[in-house]
Ligand binder design. Structure first.
Ligand code: AMP
Length: 234
């Protein structure tokens, strides 16, 4: 990830701002792609709780052992486990300018806890980008998604294929098909979203910090819209 050295290079933002950007939307709505681009442009880390869990599962840590069966069933990991991991992560120095969360918060207690963390650690303002997408588009995006093992670059075998089958265009690393990006698990992940995460749309809208983003279009057009919103808010 390119780390900007000054505010202009970072694409805007007032000096001293510690932006808390949250990408909210169902699995497959393009949160990861946009979070990656925001992170590069604004010089802030892209924090994906899903990636953190997958890394722990890969390393066989205790956290990973707890999360693995839940992830395989498309269920959420309990709040207390997620929150301990998140609080430690946002206190690291690379979050000096702020952070971009993708996949967190996913429940109301997580959102309330994040509010306290932001107040304690002086992250402000909070900008919630709500990725609005038709249900029908999600299954195609998820079943077609492939992710590069080394750098997290995201492809789609139907709509955005890599130049060489199974290999990342950027760093040649192997592309992974996530075990939960299969039709068997996708339905349960979408149900978990509707039950536990969708209420956050109203929660953040009521606070006046949420902006709807049309997530049906091409990734570059969505990025332009997202950068415009962030330039205005930061
Ligand atoms: P993701 O990569 O964001 O789709 O997350 C993959 C899986 O990790 C989810 O289906 C959950 O099992 C778990 N997970 C990721 N983020 C959270 C979170 N904020 N709260 C609870 N579980 C999570």
């Amino acid at each position: 990830m390119a780390v900007a050295t000054d505010d202009r290079a970072a694409g805007g933002g007032r000096a001293g701002t510690r932006l808390a950007v949250i990408l909210l939307g169902p699995p497959g709505s393009g949160k990861g792609t946009q979070a990656q681009r925001i992170a590069e442009r604004f010089g802030m880390p892209h924090l994906s709780t899903g990636d953190m869990f997958r890394e722990n599962v890969g390393r066989g840590t205790e956290l990973g052992r707890k999360a693995k069966p839940l992830m395989e069933r498309g269920e959420l990991v309990p709040d207390e486990i997620v929150l301990a991991m998140v609080e430690e992560r946002v206190s690291r120095p690379d979050c000096d300018r702020g952070f971009v969360f993708d996949g967190f918060p996913r429940t109301l207690p997580q959102a309330e806890a994040l509010k306290l963390i932001c107040a304690r650690q002086s992250f402000h303002p909070t900008v919630v980008l709500h990725m609005v997408i038709e249900r029908g588009a999600l299954v195609r995006r998820l079943t077609g998604r492939r992710i590069c093992k080394a750098g997290g670059h995201i492809y789609n075998v139907y709509d955005r294929p890599p130049k060489r089958d199974g290999l990342c265009d950027v760093d040649d690393s192997k592309l992974i098909h996530r075990a939960d990006d299969t039709e068997a698990v996708i339905g349960d992940r979408l149900t978990a979203y509707d039950r536990q995460t969708r209420p956050l749309v109203d929660y953040y809208r009521a606070q006046g910090v949420l902006t709807d983003v049309d997530a049906m279009g091409a990734p570059d057009a969505i990025t332009q819209a997202v950068f415009g919103i962030l330039a205005e808010k930061s």
